[in-house]
Design a protein around this ligand. Structure first.
Ligand SMILES: [Zn+2]
Ligand SMILES: [Zn+2]
Length: 293
């Protein structure tokens, strides 16, 4: 299995001289497993990815969306294979929790004349939409993809992708659940039980994964101001990787305000300050970085 990062930035694209090394595109990951092409999220990184696909078109492509926030979908209208006949584009993701509409809404909403010159009905490829529920398992050829409900202000599905005994898990945007009550308050214990159960369920889905790609938007200090925004820290990702026995951890969803130098600095500080024994490979995700497992 081969995994390649095409976008590692959170929230908004951040191009420019200060982000050249890690890249400014928003979330997109390409996975090659045998003959299958699986894409996790359609942030702006999906556009440069699509530029590389022309020699192998037409073909089937499977795009799994973690959630509908802009930085994970805004590249979808620019995914070039949608304009080319005979391609089969399979788009998967959760139903919209507000409107109850299926994953097809991602294109419906973006491809309107107010925002884009081409309507969804005018796409030339064969479009296939499949709405997913937490816990659902999708089979793409010999590749197994399991959907896991993570913790974010909208429904966010993490994906475990397995092929020939190897596995990768991508959290999408995820903040470890925390107790909304204070110790001693009436519902504190109820929340504690819920958090424990939810954490156990998520950890079970990531167990012994070869590659864990996780939302590490903030430092521990920054998080104090941003609790409830739906993102993790370097520390929470390292703890998660250690709990589940991940062999490699890639921290992603980099803050758009961070330069390459700042990113490396806060990452090094987080590793140095960690009280946990880090006995696995941990790195910052980087545009263009390719992992073979
Ligand atoms: Zn995001
Ligand atoms: Zn989000």
């Amino acid at each position: 299995m081969q995994i390649k990062f095409w976008g590692v930035r959170g929230s908004i694209p951040s191009p420019g001289p200060n982000t050249v090394r890690y890249g400014g595109n928003t979330t997109c990951i390409e996975i090659r497993a045998g003959d299958e092409l699986i894409i996790l999220d359609g942030g702006t990184g999906i556009f440069p990815l699509s530029q590389t696909l022309f020699p192998e078109l037409p073909r089937h492509m499977h795009i799994f969306i973690t959630h509908s926030h802009w930085d994970h979908i805004q590249g979808l209208p620019f995914f070039m294979p949608i304009f080319i006949p005979s391609n089969d584009i399979h788009l998967y993701g959760a139903s919209d929790p507000v409107t109850q509409q299926g994953v097809e809404r991602l294109y419906d909403v973006q491809l309107q004349y107010s925002y884009f010159p081409i309507r969804e009905a005018e796409l030339n490829a064969n479009m296939h939409y499949q709405s997913l529920s937490p816990g659902e398992v999708v089979q793409v050829g010999d590749v197994t993809i399991t959907c896991v409900l993570m913790n974010h202000p909208v429904t966010n599905l993490g994906y475990r992708v397995e092929y020939q005994g190897k596995s990768v898990f991508f959290t999408g945007d995820h903040e470890p659940p925390y107790n909304l009550c204070k110790p001693g308050e009436e519902d504190w214990e109820v929340y504690e039980d819920l958090i424990q159960q939810k954490t156990e369920d998520m950890d079970a889905a990531m167990q012994n994964v070869d590659v864990l790609i996780a939302d590490a938007s903030y430092t521990a200090d920054e998080y104090k101001q941003k609790q409830g925004w739906g993102h993790g820290t370097y520390e929470t990702c390292i703890a998660m990787a250690q709990r589940v026995g991940a062999k490699q951890l890639y921290c992603t969803h980099h803050e758009p305000t961070r330069s390459d130098d700042m990113l490396e600095q806060v990452f090094e500080e987080a590793l140095a300050q960690s009280s946990l024994k880090i006995d696995f490979n941990v790195q910052l995700a980087k545009e263009g970085l390719t992992i073979h497992i």
